[in-house]
Design a protein around this ligand. Structure first.
Ligand code: ATP
Ligand code: MG
Length: 207
């Protein structure tokens, strides 16, 4: 009986998109909380190739960001990293990534797009958001300083596809980590040691 139930159950996949410049414990804790909270079979981290909202000269080359992400997820058997946005030319849009996963896995999956709550507030500006809303659910991690009322301006049809999830108050951000490296302040315990070592070895973010 149990077998037939588990066979019928669609695979649930979380997509965790980001610039990951660098990846840090805020991202990892959020992904793990989403995986456990929503019984996801796996979480795929998708480093953004060319984020439409960031200047290309302000972000670290894709291969460094990919490697740091791969190092960070290596210790969790449910986490994977995808090159789908790195190998696709042009701007990276969530809608193209979701379409690529649907192509790869067929329609037989439940897709959950994991983002920070700050990012979800801008969802209206995302490319082809209507298709996105039809194809997946959104898990929005509330970051320190975020108040749920801030999402009230979103249309009801969007809000019903968004699940807000509280993660431990992690004020960690990549911007702060980059600034710390620049200022020669410690970044230890904000991100996995392997990523810290990679940053040192490759002299990333140094002035
Ligand atoms: P930057 O400071 O360069 O913008 P970031 O720390 O915000 O970097 P991103 O790569 O931009 O990291 O974020 C990827 C996703 O992870 C976004 O949806 C963002 O909202 C979310 N996120 C980032 N940091 C945290 C955190 N500390 N807790 C929860 N979610 C986070
Ligand atoms: Mg950000």
């Amino acid at each position: 009986m149990e077998d037939s139930i588990s066979k019928d159950k669609k695979m649930a996949i979380g997509i965790m998109g980001g610039t990951f410049d660098p990846i840090h414990y805020g991202h990892l804790v959020t992904a793990e909380a989403a995986r456990c909270g929503f019984h996801l079979d796996q979480v795929i981290f998708v480093p953004s190739g060319r984020p439409p909202h960031k200047k290309v000269q302000d972000i670290t080359p894709t291969e460094h960001r990919y490697h740091m992400t791969a190092l960070a997820v290596a210790t969790n058997p449910f986490f994977h990293v995808s090159r789908v946005e790195l190998d696709r030319p042009g701007y990276s849009y969530a809608v193209d990534t979701v379409a690529a996963f649907l192509d790869q896995y067929g329609q037989d999956i439940d897709l959950y797009f994991i983002t920070g709550a700050d990012a979800i507030l801008e969802i209206i500006t995302w490319k082809n958001v209507k298709f996105l809303m039809e194809q997946c659910r959104f898990i929005a991690a509330t970051r320190p300083g975020f108040h749920l009322q801030e999402a009230n301006h979103l249309p009801q049809e969007f809000l019903k596809k968004i699940i807000f999830m509280e993660v431990p108050a992690l004020a960690i951000s990549s911007t702060d980590i980059r600034q710390r490296v620049m200022d020669k302040r410690p970044i230890k315990y904000l991100l996995p040691e392997a990523v810290e070592q990679y940053i040192l070895d490759n002299k990333l973010y140094h002035p």
